[in-house]
Design a protein around this ligand. Structure first.
Ligand SMILES: [Zn+2]
Length: 116
C-alpha cells in the first residue's frame, strides 16, 4: 500500500482520520515494514501526523512515539516487537535527517477528536 499526501491515515501511528499536521520530507528510499498482519508501507514525500504523534515528535519523545505505533498495530511485547522497534527507530532517524521546513497544520481537518 502506498501512502499518499492526502491519505486518511496518520503516517506514524496509522490512526484513521484526516491528519492535521504535515511534515515536509525530502524523498528517500526506505525499508518496507511488514508487521505480523502483513501491513506494508512505503513512505516518501510528505508525512501526515495526528495531534498525538505531532506532540510526541515536537517534544522529541521518539520512544513514546514508536511504542504508540506498535501499540496501534497490536504488536505484543517480545522479540518481534523489539526488532520492529529498532526498524522504526531507524526509519524515524531517517525522517529527522530528511525533514525540511516547518510543520504545517490543516485547520480544516477533524482529527482533533482522538483523546489519550
Ligand atoms: Zn498518529
Amino acid at each position: 500500500m502506498k501512502m499518499t499526501l492526502s491519505g486518511d491515515f496518520c503516517d506514524f501511528c496509522n490512526v484513521r482520520g484526516k491528519h492535521p499536521w504535515t511534515y515536509k520530507v525530502k524523498r528517500f528510499e526506505m525499508a518496507t515494514i511488514i508487521s505480523d498482519e502483513g501491513i506494508e508501507k512505503h513512505i516518501s514525500g510528505d508525512w501526515g501526523a495526528c495531534n498525538i504523534c505531532h506532540d510526541l515528535i515536537e517534544n522529541n519523545k521518539w520512544d513514546d512515539l514508536i511504542n504508540r505505533v506498535l501499540d496501534k498495530q497490536n504488536i505484543p511485547h517480545g522479540p518481534i516487537r523489539k526488532e520492529m522497534f529498532i526498524t522504526i527507530a531507524e526509519l524515524y532517524e531517517t525522517f529527522r535527517q530528511h525533514r525540511v521546513g516547518t510543520v504545517t497544520k490543516d485547520y480544516g481537518s477533524r482529527a482533533d477528536e482522538e483523546k489519550f
